[in-house]
Design a protein around this ligand. Structure first.
Ligand SMILES: [Zn+2]
Length: 277
């Protein structure tokens, strides 16, 4: 088996102050990572870092990072990049829909369409973000697929509830879950996690966001351990998630799905391989 894949972590996020430490712990934990791009003007740097550090990368424009009043610019830039330059990328995204958002929904949908077209053109999986838009996304995808043909990919940090799981599976998508499932109060994501078909499940840290409830790994340096504890919340909560925490999230997910961990890890590896990751 290859290393466990963290299917969504923003390792290039400047909030990671000790990036070398984060990378060292990731490698020690044997975790592979997909780093989705969120701003087109950062693609060259992401390609460079991805190549140098062995990350899988995605090229995308996150719906929360669209500069207000500048729709024409991202369209031109992104269109150019996605139509001609997928080199070095293993995914298209992060892209998708987000509410509330100053960018109007028709513009968000137009940008999402551009990504979906690029995913088909380059035969790459799409990495989808969907927050408070699960009443819109399935219809959009169904119509896109009917007109253009199938797409493959993942809805990251799935928040759509257990009822919509089979709908997205039927659309050909994988569903990915992060640190939220480790929270004892997270009944909705846990119910969704349990509803996913074994062959459509992926895991992620969504680092540096979505910190797990689990305590930080014991090998974190003492000072940093103290820094990581979010004192506003439960003492066992860490302030930032990172790829080295994925094995803990995987163990919790296996427990919640009542499957043996070795068998679960094999399945996750096969699921990632099915997307070319
Ligand atoms: Zn993301």
């Amino acid at each position: 088996m290859r290393g466990l894949l963290d299917s969504h972590c923003h390792l290039d996020d400047p909030r990671y102050v000790d990036r070398e430490g984060v990378e060292r712990r990731r490698l020690e934990a044997g975790v592979r990572v997909l780093v989705p791009g969120v701003r087109p003007w950062e693609f060259d740097r992401l390609r460079h870092d991805g190549g140098a550090r062995g990350w899988l990368i995605g090229l995308g424009f996150h719906p929360q990072f669209i500069p207000s009043g500048l729709m024409e610019f991202p369209f031109q830039l992104l269109g150019k990049i996605l139509r001609h330059e997928s080199a070095g990328a293993q995914a298209i995204g992060e892209c998708g829909l987000h509410r509330p958002n100053p960018t109007p929904m028709p513009d968000q949908l137009a940008l999402l369409r551009l990504h979906a077209e690029a995913a088909r053109k380059h035969d790459l999986p799409i990495v989808l973000h969907c927050v408070r838009c699960h009443h819109i996304l399935p219809g959009f995808l169904a119509e896109f697929i009917a007109r253009n043909g199938p797409i493959r990919g993942v809805i990251h940090s799935y928040s759509g509830g257990a009822g919509l799981v089979p709908v997205y599976e039927k659309l050909g998508l994988h569903l990915s879950f992060g640190g939220l499932i480790t929270w004892p109060t997270a009944t909705r994501p846990i119910a969704a996690l349990r509803a996913v078909r074994p062959d459509r499940l992926l895991l992620e840290t969504d680092g540096p966001d979505q910190p797990p409830y689990l305590p930080p790994p014991p090998d974190l340096p003492q000072l940093q351990r103290a820094d990581l504890v979010d004192r506003r919340a439960d003492r066992s909560r860490v302030a930032q998630s990172e790829p080295s925490m994925l094995p803990m999230i995987a163990a919790k997910a296996a427990e919640l799905r009542s499957v043996a961990l070795p068998e679960f890890l094999e399945q996750l590896d096969a699921n990632a391989a099915a997307l070319g990751w």
